[in-house]
Design a binder for this molecule. Structure first.
Ligand SMILES: [Zn+2]
Length: 192
């Protein structure tokens, strides 16, 4: 799917968790960094694709993309699996540990969870595409939903652009509408 669909889906997934789970206390700074990490997690699995939005905006990005693609076994391989979830979870944790001394006031547990929620939402969304996702790698079976390939989404085409993307927007709007009071309460707490 397209980068923007993935980012929106990551945000939708994060929103569901925010309104349904008890949240730890956090500062506004943590909430903002977590939001960024969530967007990053939403597109991170496509680090294995040289044409990914991830790489397109960097001058020699496509080169890195090809490098990571090869490292991760090609597009929709290792980074698109349960093994990949663990791998990226560990790597992102190491990255956060490295950053910790320079951002002591940010709750990095919250940031890590936000990233992972985005990451997993990416794999779920890709499961709806024609290619499917080989969740169980190294077992190379691709899983897709619906099981009949013809009914699945082609990346960047009509169904994604005009049904899935707007559908996610409506769903996110609905979540905020339904949990309006809780969201207000959360914001009031953070903006103190
Ligand atoms: Zn993907």
């Amino acid at each position: 799917m397209l980068g923007r669909t993935h980012d929106l889906a990551a945000f939708t997934a994060l929103s569901v968790v925010v309104v349904t789970q008890p949240l730890p206390e956090m500062t506004m700074g943590t909430a903002i960094v977590a939001l960024g990490a969530n967007m990053l997690g939403g597109i991170a699995p496509d680090i294995d694709q040289s044409t990914a939005p991830f790489w397109r905006n960097v001058p020699i990005g496509p080169m890195f993309g090809r490098f990571f693609g090869r490292l991760l076994g090609g597009h929709r391989f290792l980074s698109h699996s349960i093994l990949g979830i663990f791998l990226f979870g560990i790597l992102f944790q190491l990255f956060l540990n490295f950053l910790q001394p320079s951002i002591p006031n940010i709750d990095l547990d919250v940031v890590w969870w936000a990233f992972m929620i985005g990451f997993v939402s990416h794999l779920i969304m890709d499961t709806f595409t024609k290619e499917g996702v080989a969740w169980l790698l190294p077992i190379p079976w691709s899983f897709g939903f619906p099981p009949i390939r013809a009914f699945r989404v082609t990346t960047g085409e009509f169904f994604e652009k005009y049904i899935i993307f707007p559908g996610l927007l409506v769903l996110t709007g609905y979540i905020y509408y339904t949990y309006y009071d809780k969201i207000l309460e959360l914001l009031r707490e953070y903006l103190k």
